[in-house]
Design a protein. Structure first.
Length: 254
């Protein structure tokens, strides 16, 4: 090969080698690894925060049946309103348990041979905080509940608390309204026209109007008696005292 041709080839290959070195792709440096929580944990934390914002408080294991009943009802209704499935309901509800309640739930899980589900939690909770004795006692209180010296508003509040223990008896709006009406004082109940088909809220409103009239009639009687006997001192009868006054029937709608 002529010397000039060989020299040309050397120059060519040298140039090609230099070009390859300058165009070499640098090594890829992997990005720093980020610590990311599992999607499920993030979802549970978010739902738990939302449940608390909607009024779900922690439960420490209070043995007062009313406190326990109020808590489980609040949690059940709230989680249903949030449209959670049963798995998420269980995870959110059990994260609201603290102190004795947390210890109790851990013991339930430890003695169970199967995975606990939402219905299991509700059953175990009832068994722990609503014994047969408590249920029977609350049912007796409900069936014997009378307005007595309570105002209609006070009577309704007590009625609503005890009703939570007798859902096997109060299965409809009409059942609720009928039981409520039967416990009212005669002077109020006799002023109400109830067919037995009215919603509970309407019956309560009728009772409140009847009570207002009863109180007004009592006031008028006292003032009338004072005018007839100005020298006699009259005092208001105790709240709820049964005084026979003229009756005015309260219709359902006014």
């Amino acid at each position: 090969m002529p010397f000039e041709a060989a020299q040309t080839l050397v120059v060519f290959f040298t140039a090609m080698a230099g070009q390859a070195q300058t165009s070499q792709v640098p090594p890829i440096v992997p990005p720093a690894t980020l610590s990311i929580l599992p999607v499920q944990d993030v979802s549970i934390s978010k739902k738990l925060k939302e449940a608390r914002q909607l009024g779900c408080a922690s439960f420490t294991g209070d043995l007062d049946t009313t406190v326990a009943k109020d808590w489980i009802n609040q949690v059940s209704e709230t989680l249903s309103d949030m449209r959670l499935d049963d798995d998420l309901k269980l995870m959110v509800a059990t994260r609201l348990l603290e102190k004795r309640a947390r210890t109790w739930w851990n013991s339930v899980k430890s003695r169970s041979t199967t995975l606990q589900i939402w219905s299991d939690f509700l059953r175990e909770f009832d068994g722990q905080y609503f014994t047969y004795f408590h249920q029977k006692e609350k049912k007796r209180e409900f069936l014997s509940l009378k307005q007595g010296n309570l105002t209609v508003e006070e009577y309704e509040a007590r009625f609503n608390v005890l009703m939570l223990y007798v859902l096997d008896l109060v299965k409809s709006e009409q059942d609720q309204a009928n039981y409520f009406k039967e416990g009212l004082r005669n002077e109020i109940r006799e002023r109400m026209i109830v067919t037995g088909k009215e919603p509970h809220k309407e019956v309560v409103q009728m009772a409140l109007r009847a009570e207002k009239l009863s109180n007004e009639n009592r006031r008028m009687r006292v003032e009338s008696a004072k005018r007839r006997n100005p020298s006699v001192s009259f005092s208001q009868p105790p709240k709820g005292a049964r005084i026979h006054l003229y009756k005015e029937v309260i219709p359902l709608f006014q």
